[in-house]
Structure formats: structure tokens, C-alpha cells
Design a binder for this molecule. Structure first.
Ligand SMILES: *[C@@H]1O[C@H](CO)[C@@H](O)[C@H](O)[C@H]1NC(C)=O
Ligand SMILES: *[C@@H]1O[C@H](CO)[C@@H](O)[C@H](O)[C@H]1NC(C)=O
Ligand SMILES: *[C@@H]1O[C@H](CO)[C@@H](O)[C@H](O)[C@H]1NC(C)=O
Ligand SMILES: *[C@@H]1O[C@H](CO)[C@@H](O)[C@H](O)[C@H]1NC(C)=O
Ligand SMILES: *[C@@H]1O[C@H](CO)[C@@H](O)[C@H](O)[C@H]1NC(C)=O
Ligand SMILES: *[C@@H]1O[C@H](CO)[C@@H](O)[C@H](O)[C@H]1NC(C)=O
Ligand SMILES: *[C@@H]1O[C@H](CO)[C@@H](O)[C@H](O)[C@H]1NC(C)=O
Ligand SMILES: [Cu+2]
Length: 409
């Protein structure tokens, strides 16, 4: 094994490549041999780093990198929010504020409510919601979406860092309100919403999926602290879940509807659906991408919303509980970066298969309703006015083999 790249990158020294057998050897007993899922998760991350590095051209003796290919010298590294220095965190939120203050590129004839560059992403997500969730494109679409957002922060707003992620297993173990991400300080991504007492449960599901209750959180009102305390949300709502089972919408959500950003941080949801055990099980148990992405989004009828729904409903509020408008909360991108990291870790257990056609399952419509064609490596993803060129699924399957060149620490 050639992991000499470690020194260069300053990655963890320990090589645990043999700790995880190749796929199909995994069994439930594999999970948490030490009873410490946090430790297992850390080992899975180290394993994925090893696999990523060893597949770069410079790690393979005698293999010249193709021109234009990712290598160890320009591999960028996405990190957990709490490991960034305070100036790095501030640089990130300043860049987001910059996007929110730049002119939108979406014609107002198409999305009248899109007022800023930040809104271009929200508008694109609203417009495509029913063709990018519970579809074959779900993982790849959100990978591209998050990557283009990161590029916009860098290229349009002078940010020189990478997209940070929110490791839900950490906040499940502490609490959201005391975490560096949500403590409400100027170095956070802003904190909770104003406390609203006596909120009945939230009903999740809908869109043809079975419904069930989950608890509301410790906020509920406008975000009152941190970099986004003055933020105005322009688009939506489309299908916003409110306490008591009601939903709210403003038509197609594309109209101008200025209002405050709301959060309802919900530790109970974080602990129940996105703890270290949930993440480890989601990586080690699914043997194919169908099972992987269904576990992540929640199998309908199981009263489980998976780590994906878990993160969204942990944020709560508006647009946190709106499947269509959720990128309107800047924390969305930290959440989806973690989703992408979980996919990356799962893919690392069988790179060849899981970055190929076998790594795609599903069609172009939400739970295949109405029925549509299977997603393939040739299916194109288009982020509309947000950014980027239309791109094929085949270019989105790896974080290092296609146009992307990043890893996770
Ligand atoms: C939770 O915190 C304890 C004490 O700090 C630590 O030993 C454990 O590994 C943590 N677990 C997770 C999932 O982070
Ligand atoms: C990485 O470096 C290679 C070789 O110098 C270059 O061709 C490629 O475009 C670079 N990729 C990125 C993402 O910077
Ligand atoms: C990148 O950002 C960091 C943190 O804000 C700053 O200290 C550093 O000088 C910046 N580097 C460049 C090359 O702009
Ligand atoms: C919020 O807006 C007020 C008034 O415009 C301004 O004084 C304050 O600095 C802003 N706060 C933040 C965190 O941007
Ligand atoms: C942690 O997650 C697992 C799987 O998602 C779940 O079964 C378990 O109940 C959760 N733990 C807590 C304390 O809620
Ligand atoms: C679409 O995928 C399903 C599930 O993998 C498969 O059974 C079906 O044959 C595929 N349809 C076409 C037209 O390839
Ligand atoms: C919305 O999506 C459709 C395709 O589904 C596309 O034709 C249209 O241009 C999109 N609108 C915007 C504003 O992105
Ligand atoms: Cu989404």
C-alpha cells in the first residue's frame, strides 16, 4: 500500500485500510466492534481518505496523471466546521453574505422572487424539487449543487477556503445550541430562532409519502444571533411543515415573499435520526445504492426520515422544514456537504462499482411518480441560472476522477 501522501496532506497517520473488509464481507456484527460508533465513524473517514489518495495519479507509481486530472498538490480538503479557525469561519459566512448582496442572474420574468445570487440556488432547487429527491439523481445533483455553490463563494466572493460540513453525530452527542456551528456567535452559522413555547408536533411526510409526527424544537421564531440574524428569505414557502400538522405555501414559491429566516433547533430529532450509530449503519449496511439512498432519505412507511431528513428537521423553522426551499437557510450547504461526505465514505468501500453505472438507482421523478426513465451515466444535470454547464451523471460520481478534486478530512 502506498499512503506516503499522508505526510504531504497532513492526514491522519493511522492506516485502517484493513479494518474494513471489501463489500459483501461486511456484516452487522462489523458495526461498532468496540461499541463506540464515533470511533468507527472516524475509522471510516480515514479509510475513505486512504482510498481517495491512493487512487490519485501521483500515488500510483508509474501511472502518469491524465492531463487535467486531480492530484495531491491540488486536491482540496473540506473540513468540519468546528475544526476551522475563527477567521476561517468568518471568511465563510462573509462570503455567503456577499452572495446574498450580489445581483441575481435569474430573469425576474421566470422567478420574480429571486433577488440575489444566493437566491439563484434556492430558485433552482425549488424549480427542480420533484425531479431531484427520491430520484436516481438525488446524490449527484446535490453534490454538483453544493460544489457550484462553493465555487461561487470562491470565484464571485473572494472566499479562499472550502465548503465546511456539519457532522450531525457531533451535535447529537453535545447539543446544537452549544456547538460551534449553531451557538449563535459571530463565528457560527447563526443560532436558534426566538423561543416560541408550547409548539405541537411536526408532521413529516406528505408528497404521497406516509405521514408521522416528530417533536418541534427549542426555537421556532426568527434567527436572532450571528451572521444571518438580519437575513431576509425571499422565496417560498412551498410545502412548509408547521407545528400541529399544518403546511404553508405561497403558490409555487417563486414569488417575492420577504420574511425572516426562522430556526427551530431540535436536539431530539438530531439524536434520534442522525447520531453516530445512524451514520455508521448507513455506511456499512447498504450493499447497493438503492438501499443506501433510501436509508439516507428514509424508507417510506418506516417512520424513519434517515440522516438526510434528520438534518433538515433538526434545523427546523422556515425554510428548514420545506423540502423545496431548504437551501434558503445557509446551514443547508453544511448539511449537504455532510450528506456528500457520507456518500463518499460509502463509495470508498467499493470505488469501482459505486462510482459506475451500478452506483446509480432510480428514475427522473420523485418515487417514480409519474413514471419516468431510469437515470443513467448519461443523464444530464442542469443547475439552471445558479451556475455551471449541464453535466452528465458520469462526471459527478467521484470527488476526484471527474471535474471535481476534493476530499474530506
Ligand atoms: C461523545 O462524547 C464523548 C465524551 O466526550 C466521547 O467519548 C464520545 O466519543 C462522543 N461520541 C460521539 C458520537 O461523538
Ligand atoms: C490539478 O493539477 C493538474 C495538473 O497540474 C491540472 O491539470 C488540473 O487542472 C488541476 N485540477 C484542479 C481541480 O485544480
Ligand atoms: C485566505 O483566507 C485566510 C483566512 O481569512 C487569510 O488568512 C489568508 O490570508 C487568505 N489567503 C489568501 C491567499 O488570500
Ligand atoms: C443588522 O442590521 C442592523 C440595522 O441595519 C445593523 O446595525 C446590524 O449590524 C446588522 N447585524 C448583522 C449581524 O448583520
Ligand atoms: C441513534 O440512531 C439509531 C439509528 O438511526 C436509532 O435506532 C437510535 O434510537 C438512535 N439513538 C437515540 C439515542 O435516539
Ligand atoms: C430501470 O431500472 C429497473 C430497476 O433497476 C429495472 O428493473 C428496469 O429494467 C430498468 N428499465 C429500463 C428501461 O432499463
Ligand atoms: C425550471 O425547470 C425547467 C425544466 O424542468 C426549465 O426548463 C426552466 O428553465 C427552469 N426555470 C428556471 C428559472 O430555472
Ligand atoms: Cu434538496
Amino acid at each position: 500500500m502506498r499512503f506516503s501522501s499522508h505526510a504531504t496532506l497532513g492526514l491522519l497517520a493511522a492506516t485502517v485500510s484493513n479494518a474494513f473488509p471489501r463489500p459483501y464481507d461486511e456484516s452487522p456484527e462489523m458495526i461498532s466492534p468496540s461499541g463506540d460508533d464515533a470511533e468507527t465513524l472516524a475509522q471510516l473517514a480515514t479509510y475513505a481518505q486512504d482510498v481517495t489518495n491512493s487512487n490519485l495519479p501521483d500515488a500510483k507509481r508509474g501511472l502518469k496523471g491524465k492531463p487535467g486530472s486531480c492530484n495531491l498538490r491540488n486536491l482540496s480538503v473540506r473540513r468540519e466546521w468546528g475544526t476551522l479557525s475563527k477567521p476561517e469561519r468568518k471568511a465563510y459566512t462573509n462570503a455567503v453574505l456577499c452572495l446574498q448582496n450580489k445581483q441575481s442572474r435569474t430573469p425576474s420574468s421566470l422567478i420574480p422572487g429571486a433577488k440575489s445570487r444566493f437566491d439563484d440556488w434556492v430558485g433552482t432547487h425549488i424549480n427542480q424539487t420533484t425531479t431531484i429527491h427520491y430520484t436516481g439523481t438525488f446524490l449527484a445533483w446535490h453534490r454538483y449543487f453544493t460544489w457550484e455553490y462553493e465555487q461561487a463563494l470562491r470565484n464571485e466572493c473572494g472566499y479562499n477556503g472550502t465548503q465546511p460540513y456539519w457532522d450531525w453525530s457531533k451535535t447529537a452527542n453535545t447539543s446544537l445550541e452549544t456547538s460551534p456551528i449553531f451557538d449563535g456567535s459571530e463565528y457560527s452559522i447563526s443560532g436558534n430562532g426566538e423561543f416560541i413555547p408550547d409548539k405541537p408536533d411536526i408532521i413529516v411526510g406528505g408528497q404521497g409519502l406516509p405521514e408521522f409526527p416528530i417533536p418541534a424544537g427549542s426555537g421556532g421564531g426568527c434567527v436572532t444571533s450571528g451572521p444571518f440574524k438580519n437575513m431576509t428569505l425571499n422565496l417560498g414557502p412551498v410545502q412548509l411543515s408547521l407545528p400541529g400538522g399544518k403546511t404553508e405555501s405561497n403558490g409555487d414559491g417563486l414569488g417575492y415573499n420577504p420574511r425572516c429566516l426562522k430556526r427551530d433547533l431540535t436536539n431530539e430529532v438530531n439524536r434520534r435520526f442522525a447520531n453516530a450509530t445512524s451514520v455508521v449503519r448507513n455506511i456499512l449496511l447498504p450493499k447497493d445504492v438503492y438501499d443506501f439512498q433510501m436509508t439516507l432519505q428514509g424508507y417510506p412507511g418506516t417512520n424513519d426520515i434517515g440522516v438526510h431528513g434528520g438534518g433538515h428537521f433538526t434545523l427546523g423553522g422556515d425554510p428548514g422544514r420545506d423540502l423545496f426551499v431548504s437551501p434558503g437557510d445557509p446551514a443547508f450547504y453544511l448539511h449537504h456537504s455532510m450528506i456528500d461526505r457520507v456518500w463518499w465514505m460509502w463509495q470508498s468501500l467499493d470505488v469501482e462499482k459505486r462510482t459506475s453505472a451500478e452506483g446509480i438507482s432510480g428514475t427522473g421523478t420523485f418515487m417514480n411518480q409519474p413514471p419516468s426513465a431510469n437515470t443513467t451515466l448519461d443523464t444530464e444535470i442542469d443547475l439552471g441560472f445558479a451556475a455551471g454547464k449541464p453535466i452528465k451523471m458520469r462526471d459527478l460520481m467521484s470527488t476526484t476522477a471527474g471535474p471535481f478534486c476534493y476530499t474530506y478530512l
